[in-house]
Design a protein around this ligand. Structure first.
Ligand SMILES: C[C@H]1O[C@@H](Oc2ccc([N+](=O)[O-])cc2)[C@H](O)[C@@H](O)[C@H]1O
Length: 506
């Protein structure tokens, strides 16, 4: 009888794929499930207990109009005072990792390592100890965009000395927290720091040195990362036994057509968007990607510059940087189709003009409330496959992945997006991609940079009108909790967004 049913189902399945129950696949036992946040976006306490000013404090206080809702991160989710509740939320979700960042200017108020702020050390020690009490692995980012303002006034990532300043800061972090922190991420998203902050006005410090600033930053930043990596591996790794790496934002891109021109456009896009940051570390050749470098060199000459706007890596620098990461951190959100056909209406010089491609997102792809974030089918797997093929299957952690909504607890669009991402991650695992963990962005609503609080990325909603900054789980929080406890994606599970979260500590 059973055989008959299976036969009946299988033959029908050829026409109606829904007849056969979808096979549930399982994430590996040792898979890391976490959530991510960043210091400026959640901590608040912008000037308490000796913290120094950073570039987001400076921007939001001196150019109020730069933020969509005229807000700032002065209080944000007030995690400086609410970290115990934050850890309680992590226990509710059942995650085994929490990615957060250290505020450089809280630890070193001047930016330099001449003076260490004890209150900052106490704050992060308390948070780390609370996490470890519940077996939650601290995944610590040293730099998530909040540069001390004093260092910005000295040029920030435009000044090659940033590499020394960053190494000094990293050493302080390793020294004070490395006995308990075993997973370090030096820098979050080089592209957003350099292109948005130095090549345009999308993020602080809004330098807008278009076509030049982003490339100077690209090299200085990666050398800074490498200095911190070497400091860790030379002086801390043997005794502390952790890993150290870096995280890139890598969106998903496919060619719009099967033409050779679009294939070339896709490769140039990939080189410009992320490989100019990751090739120096992960490619065998080292240094900036060849075609992109040649393209900028040629354009620079045509534009009358006596040398390329993209600074070169010396052979010594290439050797210093190559191999400086124990894993590949990926922040993945969105995707698009890339075409060689462009309007050529770009500012000159600029990164957009240098890349010279155009982007298309089909109408049917779901859209979030963020202009840049759409749900491309199978996008995570496309991205991970590309990284596997380019860099010989490195160990990969998804360090951010998430979706924005407006305020409200019923976040079905986020649930759909995350389930699709998890299925895509399972596809990647099935294909032998060396994926070790997934961290959702974000644990809770927070200050979304120039969008302020108008775009919400939290699994937990934060009431920013409430002085207590009450946190309430959204539907997606329950769905993520279900995924973590079963390690399977259950598309039928439909939690009531008002249900109460419980803690099942093991
Ligand atoms: C929502 C989070 O975005 C991260 O940054 C970005 C920005 C843009 C893209 N993109 O694909 O265009 C990806 C990631 C950021 O790291 C985090 O802080 C959040 O703001």
């Amino acid at each position: 009888m059973k055989a008959l049913v299976v036969f009946f189902c299988l033959s029908l399945a050829m026409r109606y794929s829904t007849c056969v129950p979808k096979q549930r696949r399982t994430f590996p036992e040792d898979f890391i499930f976490g959530v991510s946040t960043a210091s400026y976006q959640i901590e608040g306490a912008w000037n308490l207990d000796g913290k120094g000013e950073n570039i987001w404090d400076y921007l939001t206080h001196n150019h109020v109009e730069a933020i969509a809702d005229l807000s700032n991160g002065d209080i944000a989710a007030d995690s400086y005072h609410n970290y115990l509740r934050d850890v309680e939320m992590l226990r509710e979700l059942g995650v085994n990792a929490y990615r957060f960042s250290l505020s450089w200017s809280r630890i070193l108020p001047t930016g330099f390592a001449n003076y260490i702020n004890k209150a900052a050390i106490d704050y992060y020690n308390n948070l780390i100890n609370e996490l470890l009490k519940y077996n939650i692995k601290p995944v610590v980012t040293l730099y998530h965009w909040d540069l001390p303002q004093k260092l910005q006034e000295l040029g920030g990532f435009g000044n090659p000395l940033i590499a020394d300043w960053f190494e000094d800061y990293a050493r302080v972090a390793f020294q004070y927290f490395g006995d308990r922190v075993k997973f370090w991420i030096t820098i979050n998203e080089p592209k957003e720091i350099c292109l948005d902050g130095y090549g345009s006005t999308a993020k602080a410090p809004m330098l807008n040195a278009s076509g030049i600033g982003e490339y100077i930053c690209a090299k200085n930043l990666i050398i800074a990362h490498a200095k911190a990596y070497h400091a860790y591996s030379n002086d801390f790794k043997a005794t502390q036994g952790g890993v150290c790496g870096i995280t890139f934002s890598v969106s998903s891109a496919q060619p719009l057509t099967s033409s050779e021109e679009d294939a070339i456009a896709l490769e140039i896009h990939n080189q410009g968007e992320w490989a100019i940051y990751s090739d120096p570390i992960y490619s065998k050749e080292g240094g900036f990607p060849k075609e992109f470098s040649e393209r900028i060199a040629l354009k620079s000459l045509q534009q009358g510059y006596p040398r390329s706007r993209l600074p070169a890596y010396t052979e010594e620098e290439k050797d210093f940087v190559r191999g400086t990461s124990d894993f590949f951190g990926v922040n993945h959100y969105s995707g698009s189709l890339v075409s060689a056909v462009t309007s050529n209406n770009f500012v000159v010089p600029s990164f957009n003009d240098d890349v010279g491609v155009s982007y298309y997102t089909p109408e049917e792809w779901p859209r979030s409330v963020s202009s840049w974030l759409t749900q491309m089918p199978n996008s995570l797997n496309i991205t991970l496959t590309r990284l596997r093929d380019r860099y010989d299957n490195p160990e990969i952690y998804i360090t951010e992945n998430g979706w924005s909504t407006y305020q409200g607890l019923n976040d079905d669009t986020r649930v759909n997006y995350m389930r699709a991402a998890w299925e895509s991650a399972l596809d990647a695992l099935d294909a032998g991609i060396n994926l070790k963990g997934y961290m959702a962005w974000s644990l809770m609503d927070n200050f979304e940079w120039r969008e302020g609080y108008s775009e919400r990325f939290g699994l937990y909603e934060v009431d920013f009108e409430d002085p207590a900054r009450t946190r309430t789980p959204r539907k997606s929080a329950f769905v993520y909790k279900q995924l973590i406890s079963t390690r399977e994606v259950d598309h039928d599970y439909d939690p009531d967004s008002q249900s109460v979260m419980t803690i099942n500590d093991s």
